[in-house]
Ligand binder design. Structure first.
Ligand code: HAM
Length: 424
């Protein structure tokens, strides 16, 4: 019998994995340039961390967590998101007692038991960035700029930044009540009525047209912000404008996790259909206290790397696999033909690799035709051939795979000849 990956697991194999790496690296580079440090954190945590952090009224906690009891009787959950675990680790390692804000990024798999479909998986991948320890609105704008610049560096153009504020514990209760009063007066179904009591803001997020129609005139948080939250929001808007980052005010934008306060945002892609959210985040000024820590404001975002890959493919109109040629494909492919040529070829490709060239070679007893086909498929710019004749003459035959031109080069100069041409 053969096995298949469990339902809803997103995997990447060559050549498409090159695009995944490209996406992750674009965000990592953008974060490094803004002096965010890398972290690796627990893939599984105490279930209570997510219940208290992400929130009991969120769908993530109520319906989507991979939770189990381990062999020692501990309640464990595979991380459905990174923020709660990153903050837990920052507190545990006392990073918040040093210079603030603590600026960190991480990336890896996350797990949510959702209905799998294009762009929605049970094991998916996030890039996550957090700035912890300041309420300065400049850091809100900084996190957005780091994300925006990475999407742009990946060549993405057809995305929109949606911006909102969810207020704080001072002004949100009055809004929540006003929204509940409005929603209770509508003819909504039983499940949605339950949601009005539990998490009324999420009703604004309902995608069904009959619900949308009824909630079109619902009150919005923007009209209830207290003076401090309003000033914070106006400053963030002004900073983004100053950075040349276009955004759309989205007064109905609510997020799926309970910890958000003030600034919230999402990056939405135009070509991805139902799963258009390619990233999102916001402030979580009360999260540290929710998980037993000191008062410590924070803000961050996560990118759905799977969706970023889909967005790149849709904008570049790429056939799966195409990017491997540009980014991760080989630059030189060695073709050893006949006996006693594999050793000198391995020596040549190793010298090339040590100089920073991506080099591969044909293994096994391949004939010329098969080996040249492998060379073509590798995406290399040059094939380097050593057959019986070259071995006897102490040369290597170089073939430019773009135009077919050939040159015989003395073996001692072969590595330098190739390095000169591919690394320039
Ligand atoms: P989130 O909006 O739940 O936020 O997830 C962030 C991104 O992860 C989404 O925009 C989406 O691209 C991707 N994503 C979420 N669920 C799935 C799924 N089932 N399959 C594929 N992609 C998915 C958070 O997770 C917050 N922790 C972000 C944050 C960081 N807020 C503050 N700091």
């Amino acid at each position: 019998m053969t096995f298949q990956a469990p339902k809803g697991v997103s995997e990447y194999v060559p050549p498409r994995s090159a695009l995944f790496e490209e996406a992750r690296e674009a965000f990592a580079n953008s974060a490094r340039r803004a002096c965010y440090g890398a972290m690796e954190t627990a893939v599984f945590e105490d279930t209570a961390l997510f219940v208290r952090g992400v929130g009991e009224s969120s769908d993530v906690v109520r319906k989507e967590m991979y939770s189990f009891e381990d062999r020692g009787g501990r309640e464990i959950t595979l991380r459905p998101e990174f923020t709660a675990g990153v903050l837990r680790s920052v507190l545990e390692n006392n990073l918040h007692k040093g210079a603030l804000p603590v600026k960190v990024w991480t990336a890896g798999p996350a797990f949510r038991y959702e209905r799998p479909q294009a762009g929605r998986y049970r094991q998916f991948y996030q890039f996550d960035l957090e700035a912890i320890g300041t309420q300065d609105p400049a850091v809100d704008a900084e996190t957005i700029a780091v994300g925006y610049d990475a999407y742009t560096a990946l060549g993405l153009r057809q995305f929109t930044l949606l911006l909102n504020s969810l207020g704080d514990p001072k002004c949100r209760p009055a809004y929540r009540e006003a929204l509940q009063n409005f929603l209770r007066g509508l003819g909504l179904d039983a499940e949605t009525r339950e949601r009005i009591e539990l998490n009324p803001l999420r009703v604004l997020d309902d995608k069904r047209p009959e619900v949308r129609d009824q909630t079109a005139n619902a009150p919005v948080m923007m009209d209830y912000l207290c003076a401090e939250c309003k000033a914070h929001h106006d400053t963030v808007r002004g900073l983004l404008a100053g950075l040349g980052i276009p955004f759309t005010d989205a007064p109905r934008l609510v997020r799926g996790l309970d910890y958000y306060t003030r600034t919230t945002y999402e990056f939405d892609h135009a070509l991805l259909g139902a799963q258009s959210g390619i990233g999102g985040g916001g402030r979580y000024d009360g999260l540290s206290e929710d998980i037993g820590g000191p008062p410590l404001p924070g803000i961050g975002f996560a990118v759905g790397l799977d969706r970023a890959v889909l967005a790149i493919e849709s904008e570049r109109a790429l056939a799966p696999g195409e990017p491997a040629r540009r980014n991760a494909g080989c630059q030189v492919f060695g073709v050893p033909l006949g006996e006693d040529t594999h050793r000198s070829m391995l020596t040549l490709v190793t010298a090339l690799r040590r100089a920073g060239v991506r080099a591969d070679m044909a293994f096994g007893a391949r004939g010329l035709k098969g080996a040249m086909k492998a060379a073509d498929r590798s995406g290399a710019a040059f094939a380097a051939l050593i057959g019986g004749q070259e071995r006897d003459h102490g040369t290597v035959r170089m073939k430019d795979l773009a135009n077919g031109e050939q040159h015989d080069v003395p073996a001692a100069e072969a590595a330098a000849w190739l390095i000169e041409r591919v690394l320039r």
